[in-house]
Write a protein that binds this ligand. Structure first.
Ligand code: MEV
Length: 440
């Protein structure tokens, strides 16, 4: 039975590893040695990774792959992707190649505003609060100048500070709803620092103002934090082609294929159970690029799913239509990304990913990520409405099964060849490997 521990974070890395292995694993020496095999041999690099978080024991590998041939706004990109799911990079590459010869992807950034809020409680006259907030708004700007100076010089900063009365949703609840432009930075630290200063200014000024009555001066600031919901930080990506250019290798006519694609997207738009899976496939592409470029995929996930529900029901993030013989397929997502600061300057592989993407601005990266989502969805829906998903999926999963069964390189080579012509279910792979081993 493991014991609780005091001061774990103060132990050395070796001590932490020994403690966890001895308390929680069956074979402590084997666990210790496993953890250590994932250390980087370059000590300085390992230290860099150790210091990203607290209580680091080792590194957790994810594959870092590339999907080439993405033509986006006339420029050719290779998409870096960090993901564990076998078929994602292959699907992205397939979709990229398909659209390469049909004009590629077009993207447009529809807005770059980010949001942060100071949530506070006020018991008093709303009109007097409004007068008070208007009177101290110049102070909000002035007292955050040390934080905003550099951002303003580059063209960003605080764009708007609004008082919002939320008392219809919760008694006495108001907010400062603030809009920011953070350019190439994701901006979380910048926004949160500004908000915390607004909160200080608000409390201090409220305590002494003549605009409020005595009983109204004790404003309670509950919290000050950015929002990961960014519906005004929006990007759109689109592909289109003549219907007759669709459907090669699918075994059905281009018209039938186009109709099936449109119908599949319409179903995802109408039915939340399907929409969640449809959008999960989109996030396969989005998260992989977001992670490879050192951005916060949890923030991106939360914001995008909220956007998918903006009409009161969870819907598809993509849309498809056929009009005048042209098939159009597009996505619109809110996404706050950074290409400077944070991990982008620290993690060597993130730096390389951004170099591979030719040092995009945050706006360019928004477009690239939206394309990754659209491409992934195109590939998934194409499979779903034609062969089904398992055929391609199991082909990609084949190596995982063979590795689980400790197949040799020669066995893998022979079985990969064999399953080019046979259906690769789990049982079929196990059986084929057993047969191969028996026959040799
Ligand atoms: C699997 O990771 C993703 C899919 O389920 C997406 C979809 O159903 O559209 C294939």
């Amino acid at each position: 039975m493991p014991e609780p521990i005091e001061g774990f974070s103060k132990l050395s890395k070796e001590e932490k590893i020994r403690w966890i292995a001895e308390q929680y694993t069956k074979d402590p020496e084997a666990s210790i040695s496993l953890l250590k095999t994932y250390w980087n041999t370059d000590e300085r690099r390992q230290q860099l990774h150790d210091e990203f978080i607290e209580n680091t024991l080792t590194n957790y590998y994810l594959p870092f792959g590339i999907a080439p041939n993405f033509l986006i706004n006339g420029k050719l990109y290779a998409m870096p992707m960090a993901i564990e799911e076998s078929s994602v990079v292959a699907a992205a590459s397939k979709a990229a190649k398909f659209w390469l010869n049909r004009g590629g992807f077009k993207t447009e950034v529809l807005g770059t505003e980010k949001i942060g809020q100071v949530h506070f409680m006020y018991e008093g006259d709303p009109a007097r609060l409004e007068e008070f907030i208007t009177s101290i708004t110049p102070l909000f700007y002035e007292e955050t100048r040390p934080i905003t100076k550099n951002m303003v010089a580059r063209g960003g900063g605080i764009k708007k500070i609004e008082l919002r009365n939320k008392t219809r949703d919760l008694d006495h609840y108001y907010q400062l709803h603030c809009t920011f432009e953070t350019l190439d930075a994701m901006g979380a630290n910048f926004i949160n620092s500004c908000l915390e200063q607004f909160a200080k200014t608000l409390r201090r000024e409220a305590a002494t103002t003549d605009t409020l009555e005595d009983s109204e001066r004790d404003i309670e600031v509950v919290m000050s934090i950015l929002s990961n919901y960014v519906p005004q930080c929006l990007v759109r990506a689109e592909v289109s082609c003549k219907v007759e250019e669709l459907g090669a290798d699918t075994g059905i006519s281009p018209e039938e294929f186009a109709d099936k694609l449109v119908r599949a997207v319409a179903i995802a738009n109408a039915e939340p159970y399907r929409a969640v899976t449809h959008n999960k496939g989109i996030m396969n592409g989005i998260d992989a690029v977001v992670l490879a470029t050192g951005n916060d995929f949890r923030a991106v996930e939360a914001g995008i799913h909220a956007y998918a529900s903006r009409e009161g029901s969870y819907r598809s993030l993509t849309r498809a239509e056929i009009s005048n013989g042209v098939f159009r397929f597009w996505i619109e997502i809110p996404i706050a990304l950074g290409t400077v600061g944070g991990l982008t300057t620290l993690h060597p592989l993130v730096k390389l990913a951004l170099e591979i993407l030719q040092h995009p601005s945050a706006k360019e990266l928004m477009g690239i990520v939206a394309v990754a989502g659209l491409a992934q969805n195109f590939a998934a829906v194409q499979s779903l409405v034609t062969t089904g998903i398992q055929q391609g999926h199991m082909k990609m999963h084949l190596l995982n099964i063979l590795n689980q069964m400790e197949a040799t390189e020669e066995e893998k080579k022979q079985l990969v060849e064999y399953f080019k012509k046979h259906s690769a279910t789990h049982n079929a792979v196990v059986e084929a490997l057993e047969n191969l081993r028996e026959s040799s």
